[in-house]
Design a protein around this ligand. Structure first.
Ligand SMILES: [Cu+2]
Length: 153
């Protein structure tokens, strides 16, 4: 299995136009994408047109595998992304250049009005503890649609 995995990833990378999603998977300093069987807790997030991401809990500790259930209760599109400060700036710049772009990055989900989606994240092997949860639809971050959080040891 371990010997076959890299080959499988190379094969997939060749098939997908956005091979960068795989490159991203290895660059995260704040954990990695998780799977449903690994989830240790669930946090609900409301994304709304008041430009807020409202969390029902902000208590995240090292080792948690969190399923974020994110609901867009607004009438316009929003995003929910997990990143560190450097990554968030990079992502925001990309969104300004390509405003209509839809993301398939493992750390970002796009939410249509009324939509509920999930993102599972493993807060393990953290090299960066201060995270920014944000919506990077142009103008939203600037309007306050982000939450800075430090993961507890
Ligand atoms: Cu937004």
């Amino acid at each position: 299995m371990n010997r076959l995995l890299p080959l499988a990833l190379i094969a997939l990378g060749g098939l997908l136009p956005q091979a960068s999603a795989f490159a991203h998977a290895t660059r995260f300093a704040f954990g990695s994408p998780g799977t449903p069987s690994e989830v240790t807790r669930t946090i609900h997030v409301d994304a709304n047109d008041a430009m807020k991401l409202v969390f029902d809990s902000r208590d995240i500790r090292q080792g948690d595998v969190v399923k974020f259930v994110v609901h867009n209760s607004g009438r316009i599109a929003h995003e929910f992304g997990i990143d560190d400060a450097a990554g968030q700036r990079e992502h925001a710049a990309m969104m300004r250049q390509m405003p209509g772009m839809v993301h398939d990055d493992p750390n970002v989900i796009a939410l249509k009005p009324g939509e509920t989606r999930q993102l599972i994240w493993k807060f393990t092997k953290l090299r960066e503890r201060t995270l920014i949860f944000a919506c990077n639809v142009p103008g939203h971050y600037q309007a306050g649609m982000f939450l800075r959080l430090t993961i507890q040891p």
